[in-house]
Ligand binder design. Structure first.
Ligand code: G4P
Length: 527
């Protein structure tokens, strides 16, 4: 197979959802179809869900939430599918946002009973910022939930999406009978015994089939005909270009746990989802079809083996081919590196790969040379954009509790920051270190990891900060220097040596903005 063909076979996407909507279950069912696993019972035993796949970290086991993003690849219908799993927990939102920089599309899972939840809104907002194509999967149809049309309205209004159902439920909860698959124009009858393995559902090609009325009842039959009329009248026809541009979102209904509606979702996904897309860098847009290799680090996974402090840097390949044992240029360090054992991830197994193509994710062992956002190329000075830092929500001073372990603490903090666990700001006035996080849970993660991985003990002291803003002067006059002098107590430097203003309240921030019209107060580190 040539390079162009390999490229077109790849589908790299993320599954996003509010926690508990069924992201893990759906991922597992996809793996089942891809033959990467044999039994879906693993969900019940939590084996796959909470250990082999995404649980590399001890802390994750303790808390039972997915704090890390994992990569799972499998082959299905001769396509290479790369799923990037994302933590749903809001404290790990940054991790999810970074993962979204490496996907070409997403599947959004919504719980039929809960509808649009807090994280659903946030994740969709980020996906929309990047115009990522979205397919929506409404899950748990076997449970009592919201009426399908009410839910579609809610999705349109709260998420500001233009949607078109490509399947529609027949009944719900205990009365759930199946779905009308608008995409394939057929009807599938629900059988709750199908849970654990891939069994074929009963499929009918016409709603007028006599047997259908027997199976779903006359009332449901009539209702389905009315529903389909309404859908035709109200929602736009599916148009792939609109979907690819992020302007139209197809919706599927089903039950991940019952393995119902999943195959149809996956098949449609394969037909419509984009193959690897171009990526913007500081200087130009890089197309996947370019022959020279380029890629970027979007994730660093620590602590794969607690006995060794090894890390895996996950590289998304943007263009060209990535070959084992070939020297590549680390743009930030201006140094060449060779990788003797790049890994791909199939189901719960790692495999060393000789060649990888755009869209693929390779994991390389790292002894501390990589940071999130680093670009690696065949030699060109490319700096990929799209992995900004946003202002943290919580800020705390770091206090070293064991002066004998100062070096370990420093090393530990720097490495955790490279992994993107939190953000570090150094106050210009006194050099004190401030850690900023999205959620409070991260402080516990940091404390735990510093102790167990680096032998360093620290505590945190609260700091009253409302937001961090990255400052850019509009003109080259003295305003910036004056500002830095007057506000020196609140000026810090981030790990990329950018100047940050730590505003203690919304009021201060607004006043300061008015007072310094020649300075731009950016909400993110990339501007
Ligand atoms: P997440 O990754 O989005 O957080 O969700 P996850 O897949 O872990 O699913 C959350 C819970 O919802 C799980 O139950 C799972 O079994 C259940 N679930 C997923 N899909 C469906 C569905 O289609 N129908 C029904 N009825 N339930 C579904 P749990 O009790 O929290 O965990 P577990 O003990 O089953 O693993």
């Amino acid at each position: 197979m040539n390079f162009e063909e390999e490229l077109k076979l790849r589908r790299t996407f993320g599954i996003i959802s509010h926690p508990d909507a069924g992201k893990t279950t759906l991922t597992e069912k996809f793996l089942l179809f891809g033959g990467a696993i044999n039994e879906a019972g693993a969900v019940k035993s939590n084996k796959i869900k909470k250990s082999a796949m995404s649980d590399f970290m001890e802390i994750e086991k303790q808390r039972g939430i997915s704090v890390s993003t994992s990569v799972i690849s499998f082959e299905y219908q001769n396509k290479r599918i790369n799923i990037l799993d994302t933590p749903g927990h809001k404290d790990f939102a940054e991790d999810t946002y970074r993962t979204l920089s490496a996907v070409d599309s997403v599947i959004l899972v919504i719980d039929v009973a809960k509808g649009v939840e807090e994280q659903t809104e946030k994740l969709v907002k980020v996906s929309r910022m990047r115009n990522i194509p979205i397919i929506i999967f409404i899950n748990k149809l076997d449970r009592e939930g919201k009426d399908a049309f009410t839910l579609l309205d809610e999705i349109e209004q709260k998420l500001k999406l233009k949607i078109t159902p490509l399947s529609f439920p027949i009944g719900i909860g205990s009365e759930f009978k199946g779905v009308y698959n608008i995409w394939n124009n057929n009807i599938q009858i629900f059988d709750s015994l199908n849970k654990q393995k891939i069994n074929k559902n009963q499929v009918f090609s016409s709603i007028s089939d006599n047997q259908i009325i027997k199976l779903i009842g006359e009332k449901n039959h009539k209702q389905t005909i009315e529903d389909l009329e309404l859908i035709k009248g109200v929602y736009p026809n599916f148009n792939r270009n609109d979907y690819l541009k992020g302007n139209l979102q197809p919706v599927f209904f089903g039950s991940a746990l019952n393995n119902f509606g999943i195959e149809e979702l996956l098949n449609c996904f394969l037909e419509i989802a984009p193959f690897p897309q171009p990526k913007i860098s500081e200087t130009r847009t890089i197309k996947p079809s370019e022959k020279k290799f380029s890629g970027f680090v979007f994730k660093i996974h620590a602590n794969l083996d607690p006995k060794h402090r090894d890390r895996l840097a996950f590289i998304k390949i943007v263009s060209g081919t990535f070959k084992r044992n070939t020297p590549y240029f680390h743009v930030r360090l201006k140094k060449n590196f060779k990788f003797s054992s790049p890994n791909a991830f199939f189901g719960d197994k790692k495999k060393i790969v000789d060649v990888s193509y755009p869209g693929d994710i390779v994991g390389i062992h790292d002894s501390g040379n990589f940071k999130i956002g680093d670009s690696i190329t065949s030699g060109e000075n490319i700096n990929f954009l799209g992995i900004p830092n946003f202002s943290p929500e919580h800020f705390k001073y770091v206090i070293n509790k064991n002066p004998m372990k100062t070096k370990q603490l420093e090393k530990g903090i720097n490495q955790l920051m490279d992994e993107g666990v939190a953000q570090l700001f150094t106050l210009n006035i006194n050099g004190r270190k401030v850690i900023g996080t999205v959620g409070l849970l991260q402080f516990e993660v940091i404390q735990h990891r510093l102790l167990y991985e680096y032998g360093a003990e620290c505590s945190f002291e609260s700091l009253n900060i409302f937001k961090a803003c990255w400052i850019e002067p509009v003109n080259k006059d003295d305003t910036f220097n004056d500002f830095k002098k007057i506000k020196q107590k609140f000026i810090a430097t981030d790990t990329k040596k950018k100047i940050v203003f730590l505003a203690d309240s919304e009021f201060t921030l607004e006043m300061t903005k008015t007072k310094y019209p020649n300075l731009i107060f950016h909400q993110s580190s990339e501007f």
